[in-house]
Design a protein around this ligand. Structure first.
Ligand code: BDP
Length: 331
């Protein structure tokens, strides 16, 4: 490459990240400015998790890496921001695994109904080799999987009546995330699923377009869904975790050492995020009870049986089947 060409390339690469004033500096000293998306409000454990990662990355890069976290849907709903992340318009994105289900086959695995026995089992799996394989699956689709964050267990809530048994699900209009797996899961329960972005759920509940939705306590509380759907029934049907991805386009532009710093910072933010998650879950549960939500337990076995056929539908190839088997065998 001629010196002229390589210089032009360096400038082009730099311009994606640097403030205009910095263009022209030696590439190695260039500031790396990255934008990160999240639909949750400031203070939510996923938002704070990425902020912790940002702080670690900034320290370890001697101030070169600068991640700005755009919370509260400032950059849009998950489906749209994920598209933009694939194309390098947004650099980082924290979403639920569900957002990637239709694109990356591996990502359906952690959302499968009643797969994880409890949080500890989920952590062991997602922190280990299987978690790495699932994260790596995103790379073919323009996304580098950096880490998984907690999302607890998801349960049903609605504005009409408590769900005590499977029969109570019949015909209920339940909002689901925009994923075929999630549509199938609700259909398996006899419900009528409606895919909607998170930001539209509140008004859909309020106007009666839907009867209910399903989520963990922190989302039920922070999206204020408890105000318009007070029956929360503890079905804990899925533990679909959160994923932090980076645009492969943005990632590939960075020098190796900066890539490593980002990967390590993401991984090292996980324990802190988990502590915040535990505290937030308990606080949210107490808060919704104090606000008048009625919480009931459910016999989960009939839910588990009804949802079992979803495995045959979404875990078809041998590799994914083996993965489910390995997860079940994980102590
Ligand atoms: C929350 C996830 C968020 C999803 C949301 C949803 O943290 O990423 O968008 O559920 O169901 O638990 O839309």
């Amino acid at each position: 490459m001629t010196p002229m060409l390589s210089r032009r390339r360096a400038l082009l690469a730099a311009s994606a990240f640097a403030a205009p004033a910095l263009i022209g500096f030696k590439a190695s000293a260039q500031a790396i400015n990255l934008r990160s998306a999240d639909i949750h409000p400031d203070g939510y454990p996923t938002v704070e998790g990425v902020k912790i990662m940002a702080k670690l990355a900034q320290e370890r890069s001697n101030g070169r890496i600068n991640i700005q976290v755009f919370h509260s849907r400032q950059l849009g709903e998950e489906k749209d921001t994920l598209e933009q992340t694939r194309f390098g318009v947004i650099d980082l994105n924290r979403t639920n695994f569900a957002g990637l289900n239709n694109l990356v086959p591996e990502t359906v695995i952690p959302g499968l109904p009643f797969l994880f026995r409890d949080e500890k089992h989920m952590h062991t799996v997602m922190d280990g080799a299987i978690g790495q394989e699932i994260l790596a699956g995103a790379e073919k689709h323009g996304l580098v999987g950096l880490c998984c964050y907690d999302s607890g267990a998801r349960s049903m809530y609605n504005r009409i009546r408590p769900i005590n048994e499977l029969a109570d699900m019949k015909g209920m209009k339940i909002r689901v995330q925009q994923s075929d797996l999630w549509l199938a899961m609700m259909r398996a329960l006899g419900a009528n699923p409606t895919p909607l972005p998170t930001g539209e759920v509140y008004s859909a509940l309020q106007t009666g377009v839907i009867d209910g939705a399903e989520n963990n306590y922190p989302t039920y509380q922070s999206q204020r869904h408890f105000e318009v759907s007070k029956f929360y029934s503890v079905t804990e049907h899925s533990m679909s975790p959160e994923i932090l991805v980076m645009s492969k386009r943005s990632y590939d532009k960075l020098p190796k050492d900066m890539q490593t710093i980002l990967r390590d910072a993401a991984r090292d933010s996980v324990p802190e995020m988990r502590k915040l998650w535990v505290a937030r879950s308990e606080a949210a549960r107490k808060d919704v009870i104090a606000s008048g939500s009625l919480i009931n337990t459910v016999d989960k076995s009939s839910f588990e049986r009804a949802m079992a056929p979803v495995y045959d539908q979404f875990v078809r190839d041998a590799r994914l089947k083996a993965m489910v088997q390995r997860i079940r065998e994980t102590a």
